[in-house]
Design a protein around this ligand. Structure first.
Ligand code: SF4
Length: 138
């Protein structure tokens, strides 16, 4: 079984703060599976660390007010290509991220409030038929 996984869950320091969110449940789940890691935000050209961003209507805006929609969409396209080229069976992405989240994301006010929705990369993968889950679903 091949799984496309958020790099931060694997322990790679690619989060906006420059840290990671290594998850032991994720590592245990992946023990007998083929893992393909990606950080869509880094692939889209954003630096680490970086200003946090949230989805506001149909755009992605950083806390400082910069429009980073292009970078998010580029990262999502790269994630989709990686998933398609490798014919992954499952996508295991970080919950609530504006790129990787699925089902629930931050509401665009940078207050911690959450609303139903998908991150940009997760949404593109779902629309192309991939099953996307988060570490909270394990
Ligand atoms: Fe993790 Fe995804 Fe955010 Fe990258 S874009 S830091 S992989 S949640």
């Amino acid at each position: 079984m091949k799984v496309l996984v958020s790099n931060c869950l694997l322990g790679i320091n690619c989060r906006y703060k420059g840290d990671n969110c290594k998850n032991e449940n994720v590592l245990e789940f992946l023990k007998d599976k083929e893992v393909i890691g990606i950080c869509p935000e880094v692939e889209g050209g954003l630096p680490t660390p970086r200003d946090p961003s949230e989805i506001v209507n149909d755009k992605v805006i950083s806390k400082a007010g910069k429009d980073v929609t292009y970078e998010y969409k580029k990262g999502a396209e790269i994630a989709l290509k990686l998933a398609q080229d490798n014919k992954v069976d499952l996508v295991l992405f970080k919950a609530k991220s504006p790129s990787c989240g699925s089902g629930l994301i931050y509401d665009g006010t940078f207050t911690g409030n959450k609303i139903p929705g998908n991150g940009i990369a997760a949404d593109l993968l779902i629309k192309h038929g991939f099953k996307v889950i988060t570490e909270e679903d394990l």
